[in-house]
Design a protein. Sequence first.
Length: 329
Amino acid sequence: MNDLALSTLSQFRPPCKRLRTNVCLRGEDIEARRRFLLELDVCLQEALHCGVISMVWVAKHRLVNATTAIKVSNKANGAAFFSTRDSNQRVTDEFSLLRQLDHRNILSCSSTYESSSHVYSALAYMENGDLVADVQRVGSYSNLSAQRLARQILAGVTYLHQLSILHRDIKPDNIFLTSAERSLAIAKISDFGYARRCQSPCQCYSFLGTITYMAPEVLRNSIVGCRESRIAYGFPVDTWSCGLTFYAALTGMCPYDVDFDIDAQGTDLRSQVLAGKVYYDPVDWQGKHLAMSFVQALAHYLPEKRLSLEKAMEHPWWFFSTTLSSTHV
């Protein structure tokens, strides 16, 4: 896989610098953080991720040889961000949901603590990183490895939908792996910052998600000024995102034909997402035609025609098991 494949796949991953552990914390919150870390008996090591709302650090336990991840979410930053997306989402919603979840393919949250301005949470630490790092390290997935990965992600998303939870940000960056060995790795869905529990039927309007893996109907609402003119979206947006996540795993490429050096503002990307113009290069899909058909069925432009998660396991791709077409694991 060439450098372009690596750069386009991880194009929207925010850069993470090594940070002082007291960044954005003042007064009362420094004390709140101290109490939370003392209760867990851990000390912060270095920053793993820096986002608009949250930061994630590696933390080491003082007495035992174990590592955890500590996520610190800023309520004010969250409120400001969600207001720009016309959303009533709150930072605390993520952790309210996480406490209710128990599934092998969902990243677990063992403890939370809320102060007046921040929410602190202890998450399972995934030493082997996310799907982006895995593809960068090893290369694109073979049919067999992709089937194993897809089966687990679909199981996790199906579990969420059965609980009426819409994730809204399924993407390679939010799929963590428990092992560097693909035949052993358990996939864990993470980052529930945009997730919400829906009423029946599920009707959402906010512009939330990551554009590269966002369904067209979500992005379309971002250009409609009046909420009354927007069209509600629901669980099929997660189906679309699953499809493009599998696309990235199977090819190591961005799903759209975009030159990010030229399209720095994302104008061309947005127009392709709105049109549902996913780019299927025959070279990338050589020997993976049934896999491509599966991705296309999940990422159909019309939500009502997307392959349902219930029917996904009946697709012919699951009965194709040869690895002769790929040199990757």
